[in-house]
Design a protein around this ligand. Structure first.
Ligand SMILES: Nc1ncnc2c1ncn2[C@@H]1O[C@H](COP(=O)(O)OP(=O)(O)OP(=O)(O)O)[C@@H](O)[C@H]1O
Length: 569
């Protein structure tokens, strides 16, 4: 890739070329009229014609170069901003990112990045080229008739006034366009993601209505902006026409009674007409820039808001197995009314080798606790320590290596099964991969697929069943060799036999690992050493199953009925 400074230099060279040759073209009309037509010199005709062709050739060549360079710049800059915006968004916390549809974010990355590219190219290339061209042409005008050049300057305040008024109007509506584009993308994505629900509940009409509303609002906005931008050039053209009319009268008087040559006026009027085009384009670009500036500002707002994801420390966890400790941990979501806590004063220690079921009614705080262990959020107060080190103090990498999450809705990336499993440990050797596959009872699935491990799983693993995806997720996590494994309803889609197999392996193996199962399933309880029960964010029971069954009322209330049902079944 050509370095940016070289592109800049080349671009400046092209800009100067375009303006110089445009000026030269205007000047050449003086030669055409005076030497060819007025003097009637046939030899000069060939010489002037050759000169005009040559000037046009170079003007076109520089215009071509400038055009290509401006697109290159636009893309380089837009891609740079898109990359940065994407990274900045990824650094936001899980809550921020799950509040809106993924397509809304992608829409912003695309639209706002492109807007930044537009601003830079419009300012550094288009405005500059047009201004240089304008200067060259005004130079030609002044050379021909300084007084008339001065008079023609009266149009400038008028142009400024028009541009100012239109810019103000654009600014007020541009921000809304970004919001409406986001809403429109959101409605569409929601419909596609929830297509099963839409079809099974016959919600098509409701979806169409929502989409129509979103697209209508967006269209109205886009049309509003187009009306303003499109008005710029015709308005200026009309003013140009008025000034030109005045010139014709003045020129006729000067030529007929003051003895000026027709060539001088032709050159002047050509320069004026040519100069008027960059003036129009400058005005148009200035108005367009307003929209891009508003969008770029929007982007900076996103970039400059500090990442809500907690900053990582610089430590690593000490070698060897260590306990996971919750020390007076409380957590309230930012949006929770009256600061209601999702977790309140959790004080427990999970030892290496222990398998723990995390249970509780819906909304008790299980997912919140899992998210804190993953360090998607930090506790509002209190500390979570692994092997004695606070999770806040370690690097992102140490955190990633220490904890593995296997969620209910396993996410697979488009690519082969091998690639997806290797995401757990990219440099795993074949033996490790084989062990992980064996552990997750994945071999029978691979045997059924014609390409085995090399089978492409499709977008988000759409080519696999829910249970198969869960097994891939388990293999990926097992490969990671973490210290803490968190299964968030991760065996819910497995058949009884495979679930039993995997649970047995998990409870028998993993001697020095902490394994946490967030679950509603009584079947899981048979494989764990301890049960941790939450209610309204508080720990209401923590201990071996038999002990809780015998002594703990909260536990008895939650699970007794369910266990009876299981036993009878
Ligand atoms: N992103 C959020 N913003 C605000 N409040 C939230 C958010 N997520 C969860 N909560 C609230 O925090 C509390 C605990 O929720 P959590 O999801 O941890 O429960 P849970 O035990 O995992 O429930 P379930 O078994 O239904 O998944 C609930 O009162 C819930 O309404």
């Amino acid at each position: 890739m050509v370095p940016r400074w070289k592109l800049y230099l080349l671009s400046i060279f092209c800009m100067i070329g375009v303006s110089a040759f445009t000026g030269a073209l205007a000047y050449s009309t003086k030669l055409i009229v005076n030497e060819v037509f007025v003097d009637g010199d046939t030899k000069a005709a060939f010489y002037v014609a050759g000169l005009v062709v040559l000037i046009s050739f170079f003007k076109s060549l520089f215009e071509y170069g400038n055009g290509v360079l401006s697109v290159t710049f636009q893309r380089v800059i837009a891609a740079g901003y898109q990359r940065m915006l994407f990274q900045k968004l990824m650094e936001k916390d899980v809550w921020y990112l799950t509040r809106q549809h993924s397509a809304t974010f992608m829409g912003r990355v695309q639209q706002l990045g492109a807007a930044c590219g537009d601003v830079v190219v419009n300012v550094s290339n288009k405005l500059l080229t047009e201004t240089l061209t304008l200067l060259a042409l005004v130079g030609v005008m002044v050379m021909q008739d300084p007084l008339m050049s001065l008079i023609s300057c009266i149009v400038f305040p008028l142009i400024f006034w028009i541009v100012g008024t239109l810019s103000k109007r654009i600014r007020s509506v541009a921000a809304e366009e970004t919001e409406l584009t986001g809403a429109y993308m959101g409605v569409g994505t929601e419909a596609f993601q929830g297509v099963r629900t839409v079809k099974s509940y016959g919600l098509e009409d409701k979806t169409y209505a929502k989409f129509d509303e979103a697209i209508d609002k967006l269209e109205t906005r886009i049309l509003g902006i187009a009306k303003i931008t499109a008005a710029t050039v015709p308005l200026l053209q009309f003013i140009g026409g008025l000034v030109l009319g005045g010139f014709v009268v003045y020129a006729a008087w000067q030529t007929l009674s003051m003895g000026k040559t027709p060539g001088e006026f032709t050159a002047f009027i050509t320069a004026f007409l040519l100069a008027y085009q960059p003036a129009e384009r400058i005005s148009k670009v200035l108005v367009q820039i307003q929209k891009s500036v508003v969008q770029a500002g929007y982007m900076y707002e996103i970039i400059e808001t500090p990442p809500t994801r907690p900053a990582a420390g610089d430590k690593t966890f000490p070698e060897g197995p260590g306990a996971l400790e919750f020390d007076a941990v409380s957590f309230a979501y930012e949006t929770a009314e009256d600061g209601v806590k999702a977790l309140s004063e959790v004080n427990i220690t999970l030892n290496p080798g222990e398998k723990i079921a995390l249970v509780g009614r819906s909304g008790a705080g299980k997912s919140t606790l899992v998210d804190l262990v993953m360090r998607f959020y930090d506790p509002t107060s209190g500390h979570i320590r692994l092997a004695g080190t606070d999770l806040r103090e370690v690097t992102d990498e140490a955190m990633r290596n220490a904890v593995a999450l296997i969620s209910q809705d396993v996410f697979l990336f488009e690519g082969t099964l091998r690639e997806n499993i290797l995401d757990g440990k990219p440099d795993a050797i074949d033996e490790e991969l084989a062990r992980a596959i064996e552990f997750a009872a994945l071999q029978p699935v691979l045997d059924m697929l014609p390409d085995g491990l090399e089978t492409n799983v499709g977008p988000n693993g759409s080519g696999l069943s829910g249970g198969q995806k869960q097994r891939v997720g388990i293999a990926r996590a097992v490969l990671k060799d973490a210290r803490v494994f968190v299964f968030d309803e991760a065996t819910s889609a497995l058949d009884v036999e495979n679930e039993r197999r995997i649970m047995e392996r998990l409870s028998a193996g993993f001697a020095d690992k902490i394994v946490l199962f967030a679950t509603h399933r009584p079947a899981t309880l048979a494989y764990v050493d301890k049960i941790l029960m939450l209610d309204h964010g508080k720990v209401v029971a923590f201990g071996p199953q038999q002990q809780l069954e015998a002594e703990n009322e909260s536990y008895q209330n939650l699970f007794a009925a369910a266990m009876d049902d299981t036993a009878e079944a």
